[in-house]
Design a binder for this molecule. Structure first.
Ligand SMILES: NC(=O)c1ccc[n+]([C@@H]2O[C@H](COP(=O)([O-])OP(=O)(O)OC[C@H]3O[C@@H](n4cnc5c(N)ncnc54)[C@H](O)[C@@H]3O)[C@@H](O)[C@H]2O)c1
Length: 316
């Protein structure tokens, strides 16, 4: 099971995790479309040299790659990326939706542009590239081609089990990407397309600069996710519809929202009945979820510390 001869479009492949994925895939024999407009963390600016440098690196090592500097947030650019893959290498076998920007701020101060920009890259960008890839694959399938195709989306723990304050836009987009993964696995399976999602955690890139715990250990290098992505992209991989989180050497199957306790009535609830029943159910505690995300358990003192930490982070 390998990626030799397969053409893979990796978005946001100029830096960090995406760059490591592109290098890994190319070294394993894939043709790689290195997409990246070379923007700042918040999506501003742009530098064509960022994608070009990765292409150079791949070619210097004897691999095959082409650069693309379009934005995944622009529907037409997403189409052009898919066309570039097909024009350059003859077909497109897989997409790794990896691009993201961040603008972390508490909801009270979050601007409309900060909300839109983050959601546009991670959520809409994933839908846009998947749309054009799926449209291409639909044509090929209708023409009788039967080839294993794959999409690998990229979520974040922030949108799955880790409710990080200040992440309204990023967490919502990330949760949406995980939800989209399962929907697209069901929609596209009939054309031989497998759709999975990786959720990196505590990987050392510019996005995690200054995050406590992201140290210089090799286990936190940006290439920690690449072997899993190569496996999910490989011809013959059986997985589809899965969201897999990756933290150092640990891959965890994510189960998403699951049903918990239940209150039931035969007729219509009244407000007093709800007031009596709902607080008595075993309800999840968001502070306990945050404490777990940060690697600890929650005691009374812990809750106060977390409240102070949230306030300090958001009001700074
Ligand atoms: N680093 C971590 O620990 C971590 C944790 C959780 C999730 N992730 C996810 O992993 C992915 C990669 O993150 P990273 O840490 O390598 O970040 P990074 O900032 O190092 O790299 C992201 C790349 O995406 C590019 N990009 C931004 N907007 C784009 C657009 N509109 N079109 C195409 N490319 C665009 C940027 O130019 C940048 O080179 C992201 O989806 C991120 O949400 C990372």
């Amino acid at each position: 099971m390998d990626v030799r001869g397969r053409t893979v479009l990796v978005t946001g492949a100029g830096r960090g995790i995406g760059r490591a994925e592109a290098l890994h895939l190319a070294a394993a024999g894939a043709n790689v479309v290195v997409n990246d407009p070379g923007v700042e963390v918040d999506g501003s600016g742009g530098d064509a040299a960022v994608a070009a440098a990765v292409v150079e690196e791949i070619r210097a090592a004897g691999g095959r790659a082409v650069a693309d500097t379009g934005s995944v947030a622009v529907w037409g650019d997403a189409r052009a990326m898919v066309e570039r893959a097909v024009e350059t290498f003859g077909d497109l076998h897989a997409v790794v939706n990896n691009a993201a920007v961040e603008a972390n701020r508490g909801i009270e101060r979050l601007t409309e542009a900060e909300f839109d920009d983050v959601v546009a890259v991670k959520l809409k960008g994933t839908a846009a590239v998947t749309h054009w890839a799926a449209a291409h694959w639909r044509e090929r399938h209708a023409a009788g081609q039967r080839v294993d195709r794959a999409i690998v989306n990229t979520a974040s723990g922030s949108g799955l089990s880790n409710p990080l304050p200040g992440h309204t836009n990023y967490a919502a987009a990330s949760a949406g990407v995980a939800a989209m993964t399962v929907v697209h696995a069901l929609e596209l399976g009939r054309r031989g397309v497998r759709v999975n999602c990786v959720s990196p955690s505590m990987v050392r890139t510019r996005l995690t600069r200054g995050v406590p715990g992201v140290d210089g250990a090799p286990a936190r290098d940006p290439d920690v996710v690449a072997p899993l992505v190569a496996y999910l992209v490989a011809d013959g991989c059986p997985l589809t519809g899965q969201v897999l989180s990756v933290r150092v050497g640990r891959i965890t199957v994510q189960h998403g929202w699951s049903a918990g306790a239940r209150a039931v009535t035969d007729g219509r609830w009244t407000v007093p009945e709800l007031a009596a029943e709902l607080p008595a159910l075993p309800l999840p505690d968001p502070f306990a979820a945050l404490a777990a995300a940060l690697g600890g358990a929650l005691g009374d003192a812990g809750r106060a510390r977390l409240e102070a930490m949230i306030a300090a982070g958001l009001d700074a």
